[in-house]
Every structure is written in structure tokens, then in C-alpha cells.
Design a binder for this molecule. Structure first.
Ligand code: HGY
Ligand code: MN
Ligand code: MN
Length: 415
């Protein structure tokens, strides 16, 4: 068999390593049916971080873990430095590419990057998904100094466990994190699966992200009156689940008012949750997002007001909390322009698009220049065992990352 040209050899080797490493990560928290559950501040997340650190060490990097659980691999000393990476936690029954693809690609890029004037570090952020505690990007927010002890202490998981208690279980102490995302970071690049259908529809091979949606997470507690489902006339009921159902449909209707707004009620707790008892108590959580800050804030306010109207009309008591509010962010143009130049130089089709999903890059961008690179995922599916992406696309994305870092290094050095 004739050997492929060197360039192709390295691309094939890279795709092979990407495939192998993603398959290995998928065994950590892996479930039947191909899903993965590696929730924030669990042993599975830490095991994935250790595997990442082992790979980075083998490539010559020095690794350390900060008190928030962010693992940083220093490939090249010096500051300012380039930071590349993503996250390794997942949602419940999630996919094997969300986050992991970006960390594995960053390892490929850092390992291929030769002499640069800047330092080079790869990061696996901890607790990026909001799935467990309701608030996303806990690790990067602590590293950026935008989440304080009060904010962290107000969070609970479904069992009432706080992030600090969960982190202590796996040897971490997030409240002791000294923020380190600062002007020492020359630029942050994150590769991620698109988690949407634009690239997959054949529009382009590479997505260049211009804006990342913000999110508001709301918690509602509706209290009615548990009662006999057979003996209680309809006019005498205070049915918390009927009220909650009205609220769920109202959330959907409010989100439909503007094309860029999305809102979801993905989690509901009903008590006593018994067939022959009128539900007396319901907790529900709303995830509301937009790339427009005013629309996001207005929609959140409308949801809160509508919840009050519904519960008042039904004679129920309502409690509500804003668990987290993260503004949408527009990423700086110059790192994106460097990625764009590289796509042009490679004759790669690209598309500038916004991200409906939240990412660590949105947090890092509050402290340093940041850029995001999307690769396609099959049918745009994510947060599901059906999540699929190609190692070849990830390896190609890693090559673009690597040459973008080289270009950035040369441009900054020439200024
Ligand atoms: O949920 C999200 O926006 C992302 O996947 N963290
Ligand atoms: Mn996710
Ligand atoms: Mn993600």
C-alpha cells in the first residue's frame, strides 16, 4: 500500500488518536445504549480529568488541578499564553462528543504546535453543564472570578447536595479557587460540536461562532392542596400540577414570541406523585435562553409574571428563584478572523453562526479574547446517546486550531 503524503499521514494519525481517546473517555460514565453520564463533581468526571492529564503528561506537558477541579496542562511555559480546551462533564445520559471533542482536539493541536513565542496550555474545565446544579460553567466561572461563594452556596442538586459538598467528596474545594483567567491569557480557542443543524445540512464544514446565547435558570415551587382525586369536586381543588402544566405551556408560548428565544421546562418534581391524590406540590425548572440580552431579560420577566397570575387565579401559593443568569456574549472579531483566514487558506467551507448552547468560551470571553470553532454533529443531535461526530472532522478542526494559534503567535509577535 503506498503511504499517503506526510500531511495526510498526520491527519490520519490524528483522527485515529481522536477516535481512540473519545472511545476511551466514553467508557468513563458510559452506559448501555451508548450514552454517557459524567455529572459535575462526580468520580466519573474526575476520572475523565485524570485520563486527560495522563495523555497530556505523555505528550510532555506538566499538569495541575485548581481547587474548582479545572485541569490545566502546560505544554509550553511562559505568559501571555494560548489557552485551548473545553469540558469533560456531561448531562445525564448525554453524548460522547459534547465537551470531550474539544478537549481531545486541543490535545492534538497543542501536541502539533511547535515553537511559539507564547506559552501554550490545554484546559479541561470542570462542571460546565448546568444539568446537576442548575447553573452552567461553574469551573470556568470560578476560574474567571465571576461566581462567588454566595452564588455557589445557593445551588443544590436533586438530592439537596451543594456543589462544594459534592466537590469535597472528590477531593476538591471550589471556594478556595483563586481566579486565574486574566490578561495572561493571550487568547482562548474552544472547538465544540455545533449541537445544531446548520453545518450538518451541508452548509459548511467549519462553524465560526460570533455570539453565544446567555441563559436564565428559574426554579418554581407551586403549593396547592393534596386531596382525594375521587371525592374532591373540581371547583374545590388547588391542583399544583394543573397549574404547573398551564405554566409549562405559557413558557413555550412566551419563547415563541421571538425567533431567537428558546425556553424549556426539562425537570418537574410532583408530590405526592400518586394516581389517586390531587398533586399538592410541584417544583419545576425553566431554562430560558437568547442571544439578545434585552429579549432574554424580558422573556424571563414575562415567565415570572405569568406564573404569579396563574397561581393567583387558582388560589395556589408560589415561590420562585433565579438560579442563574448569564448574559449572551458577542465574541471578539479578531480571533475569528484568524480562523476565517485559515479556512480560506485551506479552501474549507465555513459559516459564521451563533451558538444556542452555552459554553466555557462565553465565560472566558469576560476575561480574555476568546474564539469558538464548531464542527458538524449528525442531525445536530446533542445531550443524547444519539450524539455523533466524525473523528476526521474533529482532527481537521484540531489542525485549524493549531494553525490559527501559529498565525496568532506570528501576528502578535509582529505588532
Ligand atoms: O447546556 C448547554 O448550553 C451546554 O451544552 N453546556
Ligand atoms: Mn452540553
Ligand atoms: Mn458543551
Amino acid at each position: 500500500m503506498t503511504e499517503p503524503p506526510i500531511g495526510e499521514q498526520s491527519a490520519n494519525a490524528s483522527a485515529k488518536r481522536v477516535r481512540e481517546r473519545l472511545a476511551e473517555l466514553a467508557t468513563i460514565g458510559g452506559e448501555g445504549g451508548g450514552g454517557v453520564t459524567r455529572l459535575a463533581y462526580t468520580e466519573a468526571e474526575r476520572e475523565a480529568h485524570r485520563r486527560f492529564a495522563d495523555w497530556a503528561t505523555l505528550e510532555g506537558a506538566r499538569c495541575h488541578v485548581d481547587p474548582a477541579g479545572n485541569t490545566v496542562a502546560i505544554f509550553r511555559d511562559g505568559a501571555p499564553y494560548f489557552l485551548i480546551g473545553s469540558h469533560l462533564d456531561t448531562v445525564m445520559h448525554g453524548g460522547r462528543y459534547d465537551g470531550a471533542a474539544g478537549v481531545v482536539a486541543a490535545l492534538e493541536a497543542a501536541s502539533a504546535l511547535s515553537e511559539t513565542r507564547h506559552g501554550v496550555r490545554v484546559v479541561a474545565f470542570a462542571a460546565e453543564e448546568g444539568a446537576r446544579f442548575g447553573r452552567p460553567t461553574i469551573g470556568s466561572s470560578l476560574a474567571a472570578g465571576v461566581l462567588n461563594d454566595l452564588g455557589l452556596g445557593a445551588l443544590r442538586d436533586a438530592d439537596g447536595v451543594t456543589p462544594a459538598a459534592a466537590a469535597a467528596e472528590v477531593g476538591l474545594s471550589p471556594t478556595e479557587t483563586q481566579p486565574w483567567l486574566d490578561s495572561d491569557v493571550a487568547c482562548f480557542f474552544e472547538l465544540h460540536i455545533e449541537q445544531g443543524r446548520q453545518l450538518e445540512s451541508g452548509a459548511a464544514r467549519i462553524g465560526l461562532v460570533d455570539a453565544i446565547a446567555g441563559s436564565v435558570r428559574l426554579q418554581f415551587e407551586l403549593t396547592g392542596r393534596a386531596d382525594h382525586s375521587g371525592a374532591t369536586p373540581m371547583r374545590m381543588r388547588a391542583d399544583a400540577l394543573a397549574a404547573a402544566s398551564e405554566l409549562v405551556l405559557a413558557v413555550e408560548e412566551i419563547a415563541r414570541r421571538h425567533r431567537s428565544t428558546v425556553a424549556t421546562v426539562g425537570r418537574v418534581q410532583v408530590r405526592p406523585n400518586s394516581v389517586t391524590t390531587i398533586p399538592g406540590h410541584v417544583m419545576l425548572w425553566v431554562d430560558l435562553r437568547d442571544v439578545d440580552p434585552d429579549l432574554q431579560r424580558r422573556a424571563a420577566r414575562q415567565v415570572l409574571e405569568t406564573a404569579m397570575d396563574i397561581t393567583e387565579a387558582r388560589g395556589l401559593h408560589m415561590g420562585s428563584r433565579v438560579l442563574s443568569e448569564q448574559p449572551p456574549i458577542v465574541l471578539p472579531a479578531w480571533p475569528r478572523a484568524i480562523l476565517y483566514d485559515d479556512c480560506r487558506a485551506r479552501n474549507l467551507t465555513y459559516r459564521v453562526l451563533s451558538s444556542g448552547a452555552g459554553h466555557d468560551a462565553a465565560v472566558v470571553a469576560r476575561r480574555a479574547p476568546a474564539a469558538m470553532l464548531f464542527i458538524p454533529c449528525v442531525d445536530g443531535v446533542s445531550h443524547s446517546p444519539r450524539e455523533q461526530a466524525s473523528p476526521e472532522d474533529i482532527a481537521l478542526g484540531a489542525e485549524v486550531l493549531c494553525s490559527a494559534l501559529r498565525r496568532t503567535d506570528a501576528i502578535i509577535a509582529s505588532q
